[in-house]
Design a protein around this ligand. Structure first.
Ligand SMILES: Cc1cc2nc3c(=O)[nH]c(=O)nc-3n(C[C@H](O)[C@H](O)[C@H](O)COP(=O)(O)OP(=O)(O)OC[C@H]3O[C@@H](n4cnc5c(N)ncnc54)[C@H](O)[C@@H]3O)c2cc1C
Length: 463
């Protein structure tokens, strides 16, 4: 059985989030729809289904409690960005479909914002846009290339624009800035409070929540789950798997999704003087042009929450509380933060945590709907699932209920990613990729030039 919620390391967000304590499923029950996983994917799927058919009986089962996974621990960027480049999507579908997916992501940020406002969800939502800084020449080249790509697909300055070093500095003082890209399509939020708000709304709509109910097998119309009181089943017309980074724990999906860890730190609240030195008045989310992603937000309570990827993949896709902290990666993240904000060099770091995100073999997000078995699944957002889960969930609901005439599915619908290699190949492959990415950044910082060979190799490995 899983360890209980309280045994897992807390994040900054868990401090002012609700502690759900839903009972396990206690006996065989039947519903119209059973959703496995109470993160954003599962919750938004219930939302979109009920919006279209409020008479549906829906159960959401979670091995722990709502928000336990990445949804309760993330960086709080609700952005229109996707883990797949426009080029990669176009190669899998068409240029037009890549554009449609991007437009759906842009729209989703505002739809989520409206839902939050309409439902009175207090989650520190602020749509200040997002900045990606260039601090060395190769980063500048990369940022400019990403803007050029947007133009090729017809997205103008209102989607992504280049701002000069002076313009970037007037927003946030970051040393050695050579300029930045800016997109208005991103909001900062408190991720766990969004989960709480969604759960509350869905409760009022009659959704049945079950905690400590770990699904061990999914078959057409029936799920089998393990609870503290033993095995139990639930039957339904449709079953939706929304298990993201935890998917590999179910033997039947062992090689479908690889969990990669992302880690975060948060500082104590900054003083007005410290904020005055930094700027950052509009709470834009920020990153920079390095290969190994970093991300940060100014929280609603005046802290810096700063995260980064690059932690080693664990053999056999293991995840667990002992991987939620990684001293080496946390130290690297802290170093990056202090380099970006030297004026707060002494500010204490009060929180350190991590979580697993889900990655398909081709880095592609999917929403899969099998009309024969009535089993659906969604996920593989890499690190961009806050808004993308809303979009994928909407596609799942639309496909299941077929209520929108002439709806053309987005290219994530029924996209089939290859399965991950068996171990030890998966372990060697993913960790080599992570090391290469970090090596590329080191080389670029040292030489001031793009490490073309490594970047070429990465391009071959990550579409
Ligand atoms: C540290 C970190 C920072 C991130 N930052 C950002 C960001 O700033 N912006 C962004 O867009 N994305 C970010 N992401 C990614 C984003 O958080 C995820 O893509 C998104 O939350 C995925 O939601 P989900 O519902 O699919 O999965 P999860 O939130 O992981 O939910 C899955 C749920 O399923 C349950 N579950 C799993 N297996 C079973 C089972 N067998 N039976 C029953 N229940 C099960 C789990 O307990 C969990 O509650 C970040 C991720 C991490 C880890």
């Amino acid at each position: 059985m899983d360890q209980t919620f309280s045994q897992w390391p807390p994040s900054l967000w868990s401090e002012d989030a609700l502690r759900w304590n839903f009972h396990p499923l206690s006996h065989a029950q039947s519903f119209d729809v059973v959703i496995v996983g109470a993160g954003y994917s599962g919750l938004w799927t219930a939302h979109h289904l009920l919006k279209r058919d409020s008479s549906l009986s829906i159960a959401i089962l979670d091995a722990q409690q709502p928000g336990f996974g990445a949804s309760g621990r993330n960086g709080g960027w609700c952005s229109a960005f996707s883990p797949m480049s426009l080029e990669a999507v176009a190669a899998q579908s068409s240029k037009q479909q890549a554009i449609e997916l991007q437009q759906a992501l842009i729209k989703s940020v505002d739809e989520i914002g409206s839902y939050i406002a309409k439902s009175d969800i207090e989650c520190g939502w602020h749509k200040g846009g997002t900045l990606s800084f260039a601090r060395i020449q190769p980063q500048l080249e990369r940022i400019k290339a990403s803007i050029r790509l947007c133009r090729e697909f017809g997205f103008d300055e209102s989607f992504l624009e280049f701002i000069t070093a002076d313009q970037a500095d007037s927003r946030i003082h970051i040393p050695n800035s050579l300029g930045a890209s800016y997109s208005p399509h991103c909001a900062a939020l408190h991720p766990a409070q969004l989960v709480d708000g969604l759960v509350r709304q869905l409760q009022t709509q009659g959704v049945h929540f079950f905690g400590s109910t770990r699904v061990t097998r999914i078959e057409p119309h029936v799920v089998t789950a393990q609870t503290p009181r033993g095995a139990v089943t639930a039957s339904s017309r449709w079953i939706i798997r929304a298990t993201e980074g935890f998917t590999a724990r179910m033997p039947q999906f062992r090689r479908d999704v690889a969990p990669l860890y992302s880690y975060m730190i948060a500082t104590s609240p900054l003083t007005d003087k410290q904020w005055g030195d930094i700027g950052w008045d509009n709470r834009e989310t920020i990153s920079d042009g390095r290969n190994l992603v970093i991300y940060a937000q100014r929280t609603a309570d005046g802290r810096i929450a700063f995260g980064g990827r690059g932690a080693p993949y664990q053999y056999s896709s293991r995840i667990g509380p002992n991987f939620d902290n990684n001293d080496t990666i946390h130290a690297l993240i802290e170093k990056s933060m202090r380099e970006m904000f030297p004026s707060i060099a002494d500010i204490p770091v009060t929180h350190r945590w991590g979580g697993a995100l889900g990655v398909h073999r081709d880095w592609f997000t999917s929403a899969r709907i099998d009309l024969n078995t009535h089993i659906a699944s969604l996920g593989g957002y890499v690190g961009d699932g806050v808004a993308f889960s809303y979009v994928a969930a909407k596609e799942v609901a639309q496909s299941i209920l077929s209520v929108t005439p002439n709806h053309r599915p987005l290219p994530i619908v029924n996209h089939v990613s290859p399965r991950w290699e068996p171990e030890p190949l998966r372990y060697v492959g993913i960790n080599s990729l992570l090391r290469l990415t970090s090596r590329a950044d080191e080389t670029e910082t040292k030489t001031g030039r793009r490490s073309r060979f490594i970047v070429w190799l990465l391009g071959k490995l990550i579409p």
